[in-house]
Design a binder for this molecule. Sequence first.
Ligand SMILES: [Zn+2]
Length: 333
Amino acid sequence: MELHVHAEACVQFQTYLKLNEKYSIDSKLKTIEDYKVLLNINSLADMIGNFIYLQQYFRMPEDYSYLVDDIVTYCKNNKIVYIETHFSLTMPKKNKLNVADILFTLTGYLAEAKRKHGIEICLIIDISRGFGYANAQENFQIMKRHIDMHGIEHIAAMGMGGLESKYPGHLYADIFSKARDFGLNTVCHAGEETDSRSIWDAVLLLRVQRIGHGTSAMFDKDLVVHLSENKIPLEICPASNCITKKFVSTYEQHPIRNFFEQGVVVTVNTDDPILFDVELNDEFYRLHKHCNFSLSDIVKVLEYNITASFASEEQKQGYLKDLRDSADRLLNN
Ligand SMILES: [Zn+2]
């Protein structure tokens, strides 16, 4: 299971080359290597810029079939049977696409993927903190209308990503309150690039059920205790944190081991697999190699990835049973 990954960053560069050819976006980009050079990352701002750049490659609702196909491939490669993926409406809207049509078409592709491949892909609709309150409010309304008309299938939650330092979470508390009243699950990126105040705001003001990243909790013992006691999961993305280098630049420096030992529900995720050249399997291996996680610790984290998800209780019990059966076989051999 994976709970924090942005949809367009699961799409292979090969697919971006295909879309580049279809829409003649940039004639200089001819190979996968060209994309890797163009999309080099040294900070969170680089990453967000690259991500926004890639979003403009999707110009027709049917282009999102490529996106779903590539998420399915990513899931198969990493033995993922359930994934919650962030999907932002802001750039499609700015690219003059009809986002209501896109949501309808995309959730249709997700239903088809489940039928064909047995993989559950759910969207976390990202209202985008970086484009102001009115835009975020509009995104929430579009999501709400979609759910009113077509149901909530394949929509797991409402989320919010982007630069916290410029657009702090408290500006959006009202939208999170409306989302809760509407019955939505909510999550928010916090403590990815600002201090622990941002995480406190996400917990106490936005009252989200999970925190995206939460890295800066490493500097706030009271917060770690609060997260642990209240079982508020962190969606930790180690490669992303090490590459954007805000608080840590190596796995050894990463606070995930300390959080785990303090009883925080830590889940492990990739954030942006293509941009960071990382897969979920790699992340678990690196926890073992660099962060002192034993095999049974890793099984515990895999359990957290299941229990912290927005899957139904029945689904969770099924996933937990499958995990424990596999872990028993592995640990007893
Ligand atoms: Zn993210």
